[in-house]
Design a protein around this ligand. Sequence first.
Ligand SMILES: [Zn+2]
Length: 382
Amino acid sequence: MRRGTGLRFETSQDLLVALNTRWSVAEDAQGIALFDPAGRRLSRPEFAEWRDLIRVVSDSRISVADLARVLNVTGEREIEDLCACLSFLEDRGVVHLVHPTPPHAEGEKDSARFRWQLTYFERYEAENLDRFSMLSRIRNARFCVIGIGGLGALVAQILCASGARHLTIVDGDTVSLDNLPRQFLFKESEIGQSKVGCLARTLKQFDSEVSVTCREDYVRDESQAIALTRECNFIILCADQPRLLIHKWIGEASIHHRIPYIAMAGSWVGPIGVPFVSPCYVCQARYNRLRMADYPGYLRAVAAAPLPARPGYGPGVAFNAAMIANAVIEYVAGIETELSPYRRFRCDLWGHFSSEELVRYRDCPRCGSGNGDAAAPSPRAE
Ligand SMILES: [Zn+2]
């Protein structure tokens, strides 16, 4: 993409100007102010109408030519100033300048079904990433959801609704009456039936093109975790049994296949575990251990806690499922995501939010130098 002040109106007027949604626009005494993702205020561009420009592009994407018309910029000198201002904003990441993309012929059916999702994706378009590519990445990905309780069933349903066409679902359990308040994709009429079978039926009714592979089993050890996830390229861990061990097994499966995974640990979502980029499950355990006064006591308490590990009801499950599904979709679609390979977050039903960056230890025996593996050094490693 063009950089510096080289943006020329003659060759750029069809480009679409899109505001980077990671920036915040705020009204202040002077009219409008822009803040970067770290909360720093942008120095003002040297363009008299820049505030009007931001107002226009924060409403919707607009071509450079239309932007000039809306701002009533007509003179040669003024056009040059507008282009210099757009270059200034693009250099600082405030706006993206993207080529308009016609719908792919093969994607016309998708265009009808996903009309509003594609419109939503528009705001994340960037160089080499248009909204149709984002959707096709989701459609081509092979997701494996481990644990089809309230969380896993809903994550699978949201992924399917958002375009996922290939899902493997793993759970050995059957539907019971006391599941229904939390696992509300299942029905009274399905009590006693296999959860994966019931969910597969629901998903097929929802999208006739979805392919669902059912594994009616529990994950019982590491080698089975590796075998179950062999055909997939993203693992979503929504089971919490056997406690702690399941995280190790899925972490190992992720490393074995070199595919990313996501899990909930306690109330934390993430990070997206990218092998040899993110802190692995060993790094995460070490990070937790160093922050706890009595880690062995914590492990004993976790092992002795009654089932279910986290009592709750429908809204909390729906909320967590939405956070996980969104993180997975953004990652797979290629959208710059809040949930990076280093960061985990949690948010409760009352809007209390926290997030923190984890550490990938350089000498980690699993993902660092400890096992002699040729792991790429992480810029965030400690
Ligand atoms: Zn590690």
